[in-house]
Design a protein around this ligand. Sequence first.
Ligand code: IPE
Ligand code: IPE
Ligand code: MG
Length: 239
Amino acid sequence: MTAGKRFDRVPRHIAIILDGNGRWAKLRGLPRTAGHSAGAETFRTIAHYCKDIGVEHLTVYAFSTENWKRPDNEVKTIMRLLEKYLHEAIDSMERDGIRMRIFGDVSGLAPELQALAAETDEITNRIEGFQANICLNYGGRDEIVRAAKRYAADVAAGKADGDLTEDQFSRYLYSANVPDPDLLIRPGGEQRLSNFLLWQCAYAEFYFTDVLWPDFTPDELDKAIEEFNRRDRRYGGVK
Ligand code: IPE
Ligand code: IPE
Ligand code: MG
């Protein structure tokens, strides 16, 4: 693995939309699902690299609330791969020092996946350090509506007053206690959010590349971080 360049600033939180798996496979005359397997390997490599260079959080978009529209057999294969991936990750989380959380509506997933998500949470609660957040059955709008409902329920139960702040609202999101992403990367050539982290990306720096996700390497991540270092983050102010 690449040793990692030295950067002035390493983003504290990197978010990535894992896109281009299907096209990667098609280019090789393989079924789309082969692209998803290759993409899972890329995730493994990039998560370790992020940890090595001092990133604190990596949040990846693996399956959206809209991805259920895909053909049955593709959805099934993706779910099988996620299950296999989580199984393997659970076995190595403690050894690798990688905490993991699932962001998304877990109740919409198969019972096996729900159990793996719970196990992941349990391990994460007792270890420290780098955290990978995997967005599964995740939609940015769904997350905000769900948070609003949970807040309303807390007000009705007398657990919250009606005077809501942005900070308090953030705590009702899947990403509670996670800082906002500094850098959002979308490989695969599309330049859109596709319902990813709508609330959290208010001030993220966006980086788009045509490289398809299975071809994304630590060197590609270095390029994104170099670009991030050239950005002037003003947050609406002046310098
Ligand atoms: C991203 O790759 C993985 C998921 C959305 C599950 P795609 O499957 O969207 O790949 P392309 O965009 O069709 O190439
Ligand atoms: C976004 O990719 C969702 C994930 C990567 C999980 P899509 O391939 O589903 O997005 P669109 O359809 O190009 O917007
Ligand atoms: Mg896509």
